[in-house]
Design a protein around this ligand. Structure first.
Ligand SMILES: C[S@@+](CC[C@H](N)C(=O)[O-])C[C@H]1O[C@@H](n2cnc3c(N)ncnc32)[C@H](O)[C@@H]1O
Length: 224
């Protein structure tokens, strides 16, 4: 890319402080449980003993991440997030719940999928409450766009899934349209998916529910 061209980011780095306990967990566990961003493909089999690998993009404070990982010890989870206090919180939860099947990548997920993840290496991808960027002039910042989803799908195994949830109705329609426009994806539901009871609530979900927002789920499978 032309060095003068700045890629539009799907996030704005928020301020936020870690509690002393989160900071301690970050310092202790980040070296052990993080994967350093690389601009070349990495072999995930060297990282996890688990055969199945699921990525969560933008895990926020990691509420869903650690609970899903605790329920599924046979799956390795990679959480990608740019918000350092959230990374600290997730590492703290890993320590509190004695979990070792999570790795974090503290980097822009767009670059991680562009450069780092091998094709057909993932069993699933979770995107819970991506920033909705409600103003029309900001829609270009939305994470879920055809090009990015196609890039994600390169990394997903045939038969794997992609699962997005949002409380922003117009974004939900957009996500459904994007997924439906991709030939390699199949919708096992008629439109939006039924609520998946294995998905724990997150901080941003609670914020949406407090405002009486409807939660919409979109879950498609990559053709085998
Ligand atoms: C609205 S919050 C939702 C957080 C969490 N999933 C939840 O439900 O509470 C969206 C999160 O996505 C992260 N994010 C946005 N774009 C990202 C990107 N390109 N790479 C990594 N994280 C990203 C933001 O930092 C933020 O924490």
């Amino acid at each position: 890319m032309d060095s003068k061209m700045k890629q539009i980011k799907s996030y704005v780095l928020r301020a936020g402080r870690m509690s002393p306990a989160q900071k301690k967990s970050y310092d202790e566990f980040f070296p052990k449980y993080s994967i350093e961003y690389k601009d070349h493909k990495i072999d995930l089999n060297n990282i996890f003993e688990q055969k199945k690998i699921v990525v969560e993009i933008g895990f926020g404070m990691g509420d869903a991440t650690w609970q899903i990982a605790k329920e599924n010890p046979d799956v390795g989870y990679i959480g990608i997030e740019v918000h350092t206090p959230g990374v600290g919180k997730l590492l703290h939860q890993m320590k509190s719940h004695n979990l070792s099947n999570i790795r974090v990548i503290e980097h822009d997920a767009v670059e991680v999928f562009n450069n780092m993840l091998e094709s057909e290496s993932l069993d699933g991808v979770h995107i819970f409450f991506p920033d909705p960027w409600p103003k029309k002039k900001h829609h270009k910042r939305r994470l879920i766009q055809v090009d990015f989803i196609n890039n994600i799908l390169k990394a997903v195994k045939p038969g794997g899934y992609i699962y997005a949830v949002t409380d922003w109705e117009e974004y939900a329609e957009h996500i459904l349209d994007v997924f439906e426009s991709i030939d390699s994806l199949e919708n096992p539901y008629n439109g939006f998916a039924t609520a998946q009871d294995w998905r724990p609530r997150t901080k941003f979900e609670n914020k949406g529910l407090d405002k009486n927002h409807k939660i919409n789920e979109v879950l498609f499978r990559k053709n085998s």
